[in-house]
Design a protein around this ligand. Structure first.
Ligand code: NAD
Length: 312
């Protein structure tokens, strides 16, 4: 295991809007000896490198390397997989499955051949299906997805708007699919140990509205500006920091579940303890029957989408 003061190398796979926003957030957060940018267009990568380098005198210093050849990505500690097609306006995440599973099939073996010990963080959508696929083709690798970390952050923000508590202090999750079948865990959410449902400003209607805003945020933002990237950039930086500091943060991440309230064999988000070696443990959060049913519905929908989207 690496020590805290070791030199960490993170590689961004796919230098589009999400990949580059993640790279920028990682640079501002510091802690990486090297940030490698991998993409197909070397000219664009060189521009991205120079643009990032100009932020260094004002933030942190990292070596920025660029490559259009996965075989050159040796010595990587964390791959952040952001390559692939993004949702168009009105398109669901699951509709991206077929195209992006092909990219995973092609790229993941090459990445892990170059850096066999790396942690592989999947971000490309549909993130749960791609996490499952990446793990299927590389069973020995430490693979997980950013999952509903972003949905959870969005939910906490929208809750904070009417609870008047900092989102960081609102312990509430969105779990399940990163997509239309996600669900909010309201029954066991709390603020400072007080159940959310007995908090003075709590209203079930407003909490469900906060969840709907979180669930539908990508559609609204894509309709408005074409893509979402700041929230996911911050999510990647949070995940990466918990890994390199062995932070053991509890984050909702996509991992293949095994008898989680009776559900198995699909990657979905559940609260996970994240440290230097990736996901150390999954936490069995208290779910009421309705929440368990929503988890089961999401797993069922993902299994059907996987069968439909998997290239034959
Ligand atoms: P984008 O179009 O800006 O970038 C995608 C990049 O992938 C492009 O640079 C493209 O050249 C590259 N790419 C495509 N195929 C490739 C291949 N075979 N090899 C190498 N590079 C390849 O899209 P974006 O807005 O950056 O979104 C990227 C992905 O992230 C999408 O799937 C999007 O849905 C997803 N996303 C996930 C979350 C999340 O919470 N998990 C949030 C936002 C976006």
């Amino acid at each position: 295991m690496k020590k805290n003061n070791d030199r960490f190398k993170i590689a961004i796979i796919g230098a589009g809007k999400v990949g580059m926003t993640a790279a920028y957030a990682l640079l501002l957060g510091g802690g990486f000896h090297e940030i490698a940018l991998y993409g197909r267009d070397k000219r664009k990568l060189l521009g991205e490198k120079l643009d990032l380098e100009h932020a260094m005198a004002l933030s942190h210093k990292s070596a920025i390397s660029v490559s259009d050849n996965p075989a050159e990505l040796s010595g990587v500690d964390i791959f952040v997989f952001c390559a692939g097609a993004a949702q168009a306006a009105g398109e669901t995440r699951l509709q991206l499955a077929e195209k992006n599973i092909k990219i995973v099939n092609d790229l993941v073996p090459k990445l892990l051949e170059a850096s066999p010990d790396a942690i592989l963080l999947m971000v490309t959508n549909p993130v749960d299906l791609l996490t499952l696929r990446a793990k299927e083709i590389s069973p020995a690798a430490r693979v997980f997805g950013s999952g509903t970390l972003l949905d959870t952050a969005r939910f906490r923000f929208h809750l904070s708007e009417f609870l008047r508590v900092h989102p960081r202090s609102i312990h509430a999750y969105v779990l399940g699919e990163h997509g239309d079948h996600s669900f909010p865990v309201i029954s066991s959410a709390n603020i400072g140990g007080q159940p959310l449902t007995s908090f003075p400003e709590f209203s079930r209607e407003k909490a469900l509205e906060a969840y709907r805003k979180a669930r539908d945020a990508a559609y609204a933002i894509i309709e408005s500006k074409g893509a979402t990237y700041y929230g996911i950039g911050a999510s990647v930086a949070k995940i990466a920091r918990s890994i390199i500091t062995n932070g053991q943060s509890v984050l909702s991440l996509s991992t293949i579940i095994d008898d989680y309230y009776g559900q198995s064999g699909m990657a979905v988000s559940v609260p996970c303890i994240l440290g230097r070696n990736g996901i150390e443990r999954v936490i069995k959060v208290a779910l009421n029957q309705d929440e368990q049913d929503q988890l089961a519905d999401g797993v069922k929908a993902l299994k059907e989408a996987y069968l439909a989207g998997k290239p034959k």
